[in-house]
Write a protein that binds this ligand. Sequence first.
Ligand SMILES: CC(C)(COP(=O)(O)OP(=O)(O)OC[C@H]1O[C@@H](n2cnc3c(N)ncnc32)[C@H](O)[C@@H]1OP(=O)(O)O)[C@@H](O)C(=O)NCCC(=O)NCCS
Length: 334
Amino acid sequence: MSDTTATRADSEIEFCLAREEDYDDVMAISHGIYSGMDYLPARYHLWMKEPHRLVFLGKRRGRVIALESTILVDGGETVIVEGLRVAPEERGRGVAGLIQSHVAQFIKTHYPRVRTKRLTRGDNPGPQALAKFRVLATRAILTQHCEAASVGRFIDELGVRVRLEGAGQHPPAPPPVTLQREELRSLLLSNPGAVDKLLPAGTIIQDWQPLRPTPANLDTLETRPLSWAADRRDGPAALVLCTAPYPIPQGGGSLRLNLDVFGRDLPAARRVLVFQMERVRGALGGGAAVILNVYSDPALWEGLRELCEGAGGVAGGVRRYREYWEQLLLETDF
Ligand SMILES: CC(C)(COP(=O)(O)OP(=O)(O)OC[C@H]1O[C@@H](n2cnc3c(N)ncnc32)[C@H](O)[C@@H]1OP(=O)(O)O)[C@@H](O)C(=O)NCCC(=O)NCCS
């Protein structure tokens, strides 16, 4: 990026806070983002109302050309940045850098207690860009496309497979359980051993949002439509956080199902994953397809792929939507 470009881009861009009525303009710069899996159409209006969140826009001559969102967490000491995007015709000219600098300056000025910036990224920007961050964890992502008409059979087949596997264990694996509020709190707030064993870098990642397990962050998660399940109540080896399916642009209107898998025990992870899919099965109609995203420790990816593609092969209508890809959990001093 040349200085001239930066100066020109800089001098013409105004930054402001996003409002409800900017929705259409934000959508206009968002076509094709994340291979049709963009969460922002479903989340924008929730973001406008969410406590501790600020959504920033960059505008050129009144037209929206960039967005970055922030939420203050960890008792106001950490800012999470999300949703970064630049209008297609403006990319490659430093606009992302400008909105990021503006946002950082705004947060430093208005929230001087913030010490840390945290984010997740789905692309690996290479060692030079990564040198600015601490890479706290790398998560593997399995992305499957399932035609809406095949979802029921797919989940049935997964259920048969994991139950056969569980029954073959000695002693047979107990059925997974949904964790209630107090159970989850006692596991994640009063049991450092469990947190070390289960959470990557001690961090919950809910649909790309990385949160430390603190009472206030768990309060924030409770305001969202999601559920936690485990392979057992005492000393779980796998936890799966399921975000309620939500609409995405893919294929003219599909649903995205996001499952964050915590822990490194593959058989337990497979059972809890399928338990969660069975639980939301009734909400998976209503679109052209379901895009399933499963995030896990990289060591589990192959076993989770084998589970889904084995069942997909029998049920039909299921295919890999993206090859193996990764989610990086990054942090930097602010
Ligand atoms: C990724 C995107 C925002 C980059 O916009 P851009 O204006 O072309 O960005 P530039 O190439 O000018 O890069 C400017 C800065 O943004 C940073 N950046 C680029 N992609 C980034 C990302 N995914 N997350 C965080 N920062 C990113 C660059 O590292 C660079 O930072 P630096 O100036 O501190 O080195 C743009 O291509 C886009 O909107 N893509 C589609 C949406 C998307 O994939 N967003 C990424 C979310 S993880």
